[in-house]
Write a protein that binds this ligand. Structure first.
Ligand code: ZN
Ligand code: ZN
Length: 278
């Protein structure tokens, strides 16, 4: 049985996120702890934490994950933006700890012309500034590679950790299937899936892939475009997801969908993942 859920809103309180997840049939889930397009981290106090923990435990849900705001850019050459980003990530990591949420994921960012190598080194420097709480693991998300974003390849993700003062004790990786496809990793055949797993294992180590984002891709292999489609209905297709969610390398990892908010809805996608995993 796979553990799968969806990204849900926290409006009305963190315990409301649990109720929403239950309604759509998920057993794990993802939330933002602020506005996804703002810098403000929501004030999270002990009573929010207790309410969330209690609700999640009551419905036997977890592990949850927090997604960082989209403004964060650790790869930037601009010091002021980098400083804001580090402060924001630190605030969101601390909120995770208060909520009892063991995972935090964010996109490393874009070098905006400084060059890939500099971008990766910048990410490493800013990771080094963080104090990751003992009960939280920070996950780097692989990217589609659009524009000057870094983190498209497994080697780049590993370099970010290796060049920082952090270790894989506190840091891991979250793989997004849409981003993998857009970045040119083809797992639509069983052989392709095996090659993908081997590449992850060689560059990062399979054990450091701790969470998965399951989204299909609206755009073709290698397009570098990040636009999500319903599971099985995009360019990856049902076959690709079948390989991905049944591969022994990933089958026991928590998975969340971040699919389009239209008629199919999250419940449909969660159910789709379950049926493909059977
Ligand atoms: Zn993401
Ligand atoms: Zn995406």
């Amino acid at each position: 049985m796979v553990t799968v859920g969806a990204h849900v809103s926290i409006s009305g309180g963190f315990d409301e996120a649990v109720a929403r997840q239950r309604d759509l049939g998920g057993t794990v889930g993802q939330v933002f702890v602020g506005s996804p397009r703002g810098w403000a981290v929501k004030d999270v106090d002990e009573s929010d934490g207790a309410a969330f923990r209690e609700a999640a435990a009551e419905h036997d849900m977890g592990p949850w994950i927090v997604h960082g705001t989209y403004l964060i850019n650790f790869a930037t050459p601009k010091e002021d933006l980098a400083e804001k980003s580090v402060r924001c990530v630190q605030g969101e990591l601390d909120a995770c700890s208060t909520l009892g949420i063991p995972y935090y994921v964010f996109h490393p960012g874009a070098h905006t012309g400084a060059g890939e190598e500099t971008g990766v080194a910048n990410v490493a420097d800013r990771l080094s500034e963080l104090d990751v709480p003992d009960d939280v693991t920070l996950l780097l998300e692989n990217t589609a590679g659009k524009g000057t974003t870094v983190g498209k390849t497994f080697e780049q993700l590993d370099d970010m950790v290796a060049q920082s003062t952090q270790t894989y004790d506190d840091i891991g990786v979250c793989l997004d299937t849409c981003h993998l496809h857009a970045a040119g990793y083809d797992f639509r055949t069983a052989e392709g899936m095996d090659e993908l797993v081997a590449a992850v294992d060689e560059a990062i180590g399979l054990e450091h892939v701790e969470y998965l984002h399951l989204n299909d891709s609206k755009h073709p292999l290698g397009s570098e475009k990040d636009e999500h489609e319903h599971v099985g209905e995009g360019e990856i297709g049902e076959g690709g997801f079948d390989h991905f969610v049944t591969h022994e390398a990933f089958a026991d990892r928590p998975m969340v969908v971040e699919t389009p908010a239209d008629e199919n809805g999250y419940a449909w996608n969660v159910e789709k993942v379950r049926s493909l995993a059977e």
